[in-house]
Design a protein around this ligand. Structure first.
Ligand code: ATP
Length: 243
């Protein structure tokens, strides 16, 4: 399997001098194309920093990040913005939808921002896949939380990104709704061949992934294939996450 994202000795230090915080310490990892990777770890272990560096939202202090062979280090903000718009999809805990726009217009917004004409058939297909084929004309306020997150997932998929990054995508949802959203992310991997990388606190959410990476104190300290919620929770307890 080829690699979607490769981090090579990535470190990130926030601040300077005595107040400096090393959020990532020489992290090296390859995230496979068409795979679903979950990133877990105790609070403050560097999960968000990892995601932000891997997705070109933040610049490492040292080391290299490659997206599908493109080196991100050294790119200026304009180039990074362009790369994110064209090649990366994002799903956040807060759905970040535009209230005044319809579902369809929210979904096609990234294309509009990139100056690309929306492919109507693909937009309809993506909306159908996320289970909102009959809601294209609705506004976000007319939808449930889970449905709003489905719109955000459709918006992330519409550009056919190389990688979808999720930062606690189910963090604001109840258990049942979270399961639906996780099943949908799983389907995008299995049926569309999408690459998904997701930060989560929740062992159940992590169990939907192919591989879980465990971060502690800015380092990848472990990984688990074919994870179960129980095994992930047990590993997290050993990392001191729940004590
Ligand atoms: N902008 C910043 N300035 C200074 N320190 C920061 C900044 N962002 C993060 N940090 C620090 O870097 C470390 C890693 O933070 P990060 O947010 O990546 O952890 P996390 O694992 O995502 O945490 P949580 O699970 O609580 O969201 C923490 O010690 C945090 O305080």
């Amino acid at each position: 399997m080829s690699e979607a994202v490769v981090l090579d000795a990535v470190s990130k230090v926030y601040g300077k001098g005595r107040g400096a915080v090393a959020a990532l310490r020489e992290v090296s990892v390859s995230l496979p194309k068409g795979g679903f990777t979950a990133v877990m770890g105790p609070s403050g272990s560097g999960k968000s920093t990892f995601l932000h560096c891997a997705a070109g939202l933040d610049t490492p202090s040292s080391g290299s990040v490659r997206l599908g062979g493109t080196e991100l280090s050294g790119m200026n903000e304009t180039k990074l913005t362009e790369l994110r718009r064209q090649r990366i999809g994002f799903v956040f805990q807060a759905f970040n939808l535009v209230p005044s726009l319809t579902v369809e217009k929210n979904v096609t917004l990234p294309l509009k921002l990139a100056g690309v004409k929306a492919d109507r058939a693909w937009t309809a297909e993506v909306l159908r896949r996320v289970g909102l084929g009959d809601r294209a004309g609705h506004r976000p306020a007319e939808l449930s939380g889970g449905q709003q997150q489905r719109v955000a997932i459709a918006r992330a998929l519409v550009t056919r990104p190389e990688v979808v990054f999720g930062d606690e995508p189910t963090g604001a949802l109840d258990t049942m709704t979270a399961k639906d959203v996780l099943t949908l992310l799983r389907e995008t991997v299995d049926e569309l061949g999408q690459t998904v990388v997701m930060v989560t606190h929740d062992p159940v959410a992590a169990s939907y992934a192919d591989t879980v990476l465990f971060l502690a104190d800015g380092r990848i300290v472990d990984s688990m294939s074919a994870p179960t919620a129980g095994a992930v929770a047990e590993r997290m307890t050993r990392l001191g996450a729940y004590v």
